[in-house]
Write a protein that binds this ligand. Structure first.
Ligand code: SF4
Length: 384
């Protein structure tokens, strides 16, 4: 049977963070209950699809999945297991916001088969957390983290953000070291991007004139130093970089994400969730009212359906695969597409190698340090 990854979207949060443009919003208990019912109905729609697949990983993301009660999460997983065949050793991750974790929920997650927690911490500095609009302090995160360890979770990721307004290089280093000393299995470290539609965009977006009212964003030089020191500091603590923004202890790389970068098929369930299945990409409707109505009436939830051409698939193979530090294999490219990588990308690879952006060793092609720094430029070169 073919391998499939599942993504389940929970679009609720206690409050909206200042930098966040994800599909999520605060909601009352009735709205959450209605959504969970709809989600269970949606899962049942996939009985036929599910029969040809074996699920290798499940990722419950959001939003804040940990906002749901343990009964609700239990019901979702009961339905998933009724419909899908999930590998016995599947990696099953839940995203958790430290302000919403309880012993009871942790116990419920274990019973549901969840074996990995991804904590959205972002910073150990409480001023920075406040600036981001997070609902928790570092101390509250520590309580949640310790509770998760006590409950037996031995695979934990911690998400961090650099280049927060008011943040200094020293403060970022302190965050990295403090978190690394907790010995999580995995750390994701992203640089803040000011996205349209967020509070930060109103404060710091293009053309804003009253920026002096708010703490300044770190300047380019500070941002670069934060970025450059991340890998070295995390290496000191035994984490290796396996993707542009992701670091793990040996053997603890996120299997769900590795699958995504290797173009394993995945099915997204829930409001706005994206899928890549049967060579087609699409996302589900993003409007809650429409989602609930369409579930009720049995209507199709899919939007922006795109069947990939061979060229699309080759481009994706390159820029998703090159995100991984191990790079891509020429043999695998040929097995997938029936053309050698030299036939399609020979000139581009040669040019990027001369520019010291790519390193070619036997069958493997990967980004150099310089290539990682300007990865978006490199990826654009592979557009056909
Ligand atoms: S908790 Fe996460 S999903 Fe929710 S608003 Fe904050 S950043 Fe966005």
């Amino acid at each position: 049977m073919q391998k499939l990854e599942l993504y389940i979207h929970i679009p609720f949060c206690v409050q909206k963070c200042a930098y966040c443009d994800f599909l999520s919003a605060p909601a009352n208990d009735a709205a959450k209950a209605e959504y969970v019912d709809a989600l269970k109905k949606e899962i049942q729609r996939y009985r036929e699809v599910a029969s040809s697949y074996q699920v290798s990983s499940v990722f419950v993301g959001g939003g804040t999945p940990s906002i749901l009660s343990c009964e609700q999460m239990g019901e979702i997983f009961k339905m998933l297991r009724q419909v899908f065949t999930i590998d016995r050793d599947a990696e099953i991750t839940i995203e958790a916001n430290p302000g919403t974790v309880t012993e009871e929920k942790l116990e419920g997650w274990k019973q549901a088969g969840i074996n990995r927690i991804s904590f959205g911490l972002q910073s150990v500095n409480n001023e920075e957390l406040k600036m981001l609009g997070r609902i928790h302090t570092y101390e509250e995160f520590r309580e949640s983290y310790d509770m998760a360890r006590q409950a037996g979770f031995d695979n934990i990721n911690i998400d961090l953000i650099s280049a927060i307004p008011g943040q200094t290089v020293k403060s970022w280093e302190h965050t990295l070291r403090t978190v690394a000393e907790l010995h999580p299995e995995h750390i994701s470290a992203y640089s803040l991007i000011i996205e349209e539609g967020t509070r930060f965009y109103q404060w710091y977006g293009k053309g804003q004139t009253d920026q002096e009212k708010y703490p300044p964003l770190p300047d380019e030089d500070a941002e670069r130093q934060m970025y450059e020191r991340t890998e070295g500091i995390l290496e000191e603590y035994g984490f290796h970089r396996y993707e542009i923004s992701n670091y793990a202890r040996e053997g603890k790389e996120c299997r769900h994400n590795l699958g995504y970068w290797s173009r394993v098929e995945y099915l997204g369930i829930g409001l706005g969730a994206s899928s890549f299945i049967s060579n087609t990409r699409y996302h589900l409707c993003t409007d809650m009212i429409s989602y609930i109505e369409r579930i009720g009436s049995g209507e199709d939830l899919r939007e922006e359906i795109e069947v990939l051409t061979k060229e699309d698939a080759m481009e994706e193979f390159m820029f998703l695969g090159l995100r991984r530090m191990q790079g891509i294999s020429g043999t695998q490219f040929e097995n997938c597409f029936g053309n050698t990588i030299e036939e399609i990308y020979g000139d581009v690879i040669e040019k990027l190698e001369q520019e010291k952006m790519l390193e070619v060793k036997e069958d493997k092609i990967r980004l150099t340090k310089r290539g990682i720094d300007v990865s978006n430029y490199v990826f654009c070169e592979f557009l056909l």
